[in-house]
Design a protein around this ligand. Sequence first.
Ligand code: FES
Length: 124
Amino acid sequence: MGIPQPAFYIFKCEQSNPPGMPKPSCVNPQTQDLFQHLAQTLMQKGIIGTVQPIRTSCMNRCNVGPIMLVEPGHVMYAQLDKEKISRIIDEHIIGGNVVEEYVIESELWDDAISPEDMMKQMGR
Ligand code: FES
């Protein structure tokens, strides 16, 4: 048997903007330990081997940050804090049920455009 692939990847935006920058970012002094909370909780539950947390840069949903994306499923969670992350791990990652009340509003996370269709739109 080979090395198993992860069951989930959790992409946590770790972008922080310099102080004084008008644009919001997912990491500021109040939210800077969320990735650590995510990774520690996965470790404590003994599932970090099959749930891979990944630090990413901006995913262009800064106004509703802190955000994180769960794959597979393309599930984007917004306005996170430690309690919400813990609940997402218990109910979505372990329990298999998306925590709908924390999912980003669909207007900000509409269906993807396939690369092929995008090329057609651009006339290429
Ligand atoms: S800074 Fe996190 S989505 Fe932009």
